[in-house]
Design a protein around this ligand. Structure first.
Ligand SMILES: Nc1nc2c(c(=O)[nH]1)N[C@H]1C(S)=C(S)[C@@H](COP(=O)(O)O)O[C@H]1N2
Ligand SMILES: [Mo]
Length: 543
């Protein structure tokens, strides 16, 4: 029978080699700890990538990003967008990922300082003290994450309800950090120099040590490569269409925008792809009776169709972040009535989306705008990027207050913040605006021929009463012809026949009057943070 080294050590305590000096111990620990921290970090990152792609669980990196975005003001937000353009989303996220790996490495030192293993050490199995420290790290990190990111946890990209998403995201955080603690504990042990006792086979002991270290190195490489692969996979799903807004063909904007041409704006790096079996619409808070709907149940509710134009608050005057669809769904009014209406204390309504986006609005004001909970867009089920399976249209409000991928509606007695309202973007009725689609800016216009000037005008749910055109830089104005609006909530198309009789440079302007009789303001204002105002202006040459 072979004698084990433990038995040898017990038999022959005098054979134990002398412990390292204090300085040598500290130096060796300090050198090995970041290696253990790195492999633990990479293992945790690979885990979060798998959970993200396989189960739609947000990664701590994204949760951190969402958290930061809500805590900066709109000025800082815009500066960040510009600094990182064209990688406004992936740039900061990559930095956050590297930062997290960095923190994981640094925590390796903290871990080594706490467990303070005497070197050289006897075996490969972590001592109780090391396990407990690693467990404390796991609990501390997940606890901190859950508290800090509490308001972000309710998102799930496959469409879990708010309650389940919160639970699953918290569990995900725990899993990531449990992997971190577990790998840190084992890897640090594996890397530490071991006692080679007199009487043991020195070559075998050396080989074992070498194998353990090679194992850690291989795991580092493997998880590192895995992380790169997952990042690649992640980027494949990247919502590169954010800000998409095609030009109208030949300067003629169709009254209804085809779904594929509807502008898109999203806060997300990857948009939700909701699994319809997991998804529910929940209604709760200060309402008569709360309830929950599957996609099928929802579509059995009485529905209406209406043309509604959406405009992003980031749309410049004359810009193209504006489109019109025929939306079909149930009105908010009908739905609330079905649930016994609002309780007397309800003052606000909150919409929660599966991507963690939420908005909150004064209830009575919103009800007066006749919002629609839509599941069809121009006769098609909502496309994924426009909010499948359900989005809310609140006519008269900028796009930011028209949540996509909605999963929960709650009546509350207070205002609840959200991404853009926290940053300080304006929320309220959108400004009357108009756009000149033709002739093209800086084009040549034929002298003496009839040229059509045309475009669109939009004033939210106030409708458009009149559009005027000026070809002399705003000195005189002519009334344009309008096509009948598709609804009170949609843009109108207008045109005016111009027959220039003098060659030269011309400045064309337009201005709209909304349904209340208020004329679009000439006051120039950029989009940030209140939405753009001013007249659209184009320059042409007549020759
Ligand atoms: N859940 C959710 N809803 C959202 C957003 C988002 O990022 N997430 N973006 C908002 C913004 S800023 C705009 S302008 C509109 C754009 O809607 P669209 O992409 O269908 O045109 O959606 C709004 N609703
Ligand atoms: Mo927007």
């Amino acid at each position: 029978m072979q004698t084990t080294s433990v038995e040898l050590a017990q038999n022959d305590a005098a054979a134990m080699p002398a412990p390292y000096s204090r300085l040598r111990s500290i130096l060796i620990s300090a050198l090995l700890a970041p290696g253990a921290g790195l492999v633990a970090s990479l293992s945790a990152v690979a885990t979060m990538g798998v959970l993200r792609l396989a189960l739609g669980i947000p990664t701590p990196v994204e949760l951190f990003g969402d958290f930061v975005l809500k805590h900066i003001d709109v000025g800082t937000f815009i500066r960040l967008l510009e600094r990182f353009a064209p990688h406004s989303k992936t740039g900061p996220l990559s930095l956050a990922l590297l930062g997290m790996i960095g923190v994981g490495i640094v925590l390796g030192w903290l871990y080594a300082a706490i467990v303070l293993v005497k070197l050289p050490t006897a075996g490969y199995r972590p001592a109780r003290r090391e396990w407990l420290t690693a467990a404390a790290f796991t609990l501390g990190m997940s606890g901190l994450g859950i508290i800090l990111f509490w308001d972000e946890l309710r998102q799930n990209l496959f469409g879990l309800t708010v309650g389940w998403a919160t639970f699953v995201s918290a569990l995900g955080l725990f899993a990531d950090f449990a992997i971190y603690g577990f790998v840190l504990c084992l890897a640090y042990r594996a890397l530490l120099p071991k006692v080679v006792r007199t009487g043991t086979n020195v070559a075998v002991a050396r080989r074992r040590q070498w194998l353990a270290r090679a194992g850690v190195a291989a795991l580092t490489l493997g998880t590192g490569a895995g992380t790169l692969g997952l990042v690649q996979e992640y980027l494949n799903e990247y919502a590169s269409y954010d800000g998409f807004s095609p030009a109208p063909p030949n300067g003629f904007t169709p009254p209804i925008t085809p779904n594929n041409d509807h502008y898109v704006v999203t806060q997300n790096t990857i948009d939700p792809t909701v699994n319809i079996d997991l998804w529910r619409l929940e209604i709760g808070g200060l309402i008569g009776t709360s309830g929950s709907y599957t996609y099928d149940e929802l579509q059995q509710l009485p529905s209406t169709s209406r043309a509604i134009t959406l405009e992003c608050i980031a749309n410049e005057v004359g810009g193209r972040l504006m489109s019109t669809s025929i939306w079909q769904g149930v009105t908010l009014r009908t739905l609330l009535e079905k649930h016994g209406g609002a309780q007397s204390t309800a003052s606000h309504i909150a919409f929660y989306s599966v991507d963690g986006y939420n908005i909150s609005l004064p209830l009575q004001e919103v009800l007066a705008e006749e919002p629609l909970l839509a599941w069809h867009m121009n006769g098609q089920p909502l496309p994924y990027k426009h909010g499948f399976p359900l989005r809310v249209l609140i006519p008269g409000r900028y796009g930011e207050e028209n949540p996509k991928w909605v999963t929960r509606i709650a009546l509350t007695d207070h205002f609840i913040g959200g991404l853009y309202s926290d940053q300080g973007w304006y929320h309220g009725y959108l400004h009357t605006t108009s756009r000149i689609d033709r002739p093209a800016p800086y084009s040549q216009v034929a002298l003496g021929n009839a040229t059509e000037i045309g475009g669109i005008a939009f004033a939210g749910n106030r409708g458009i009463q009149q559009v005027e055109v000026s070809v002399d830089g705003g000195l005189t104005w002519q009334t344009a012809t309008m096509q009948p609006a598709l609804s009170q909530d949609s843009w109108v198309l207008w045109s005016w026949q111009w027959k220039p009789t003098l060659a030269g440079a011309y400045t064309i302007m337009a201005r709209a009057t909304d349904g209340t009789g208020a004329v679009q303001t000439s006051q120039k204002q950029g989009t940030v943070p209140n939405g753009a105002t001013g007249y659209p202006v184009i320059h042409v040459t007549v020759s």
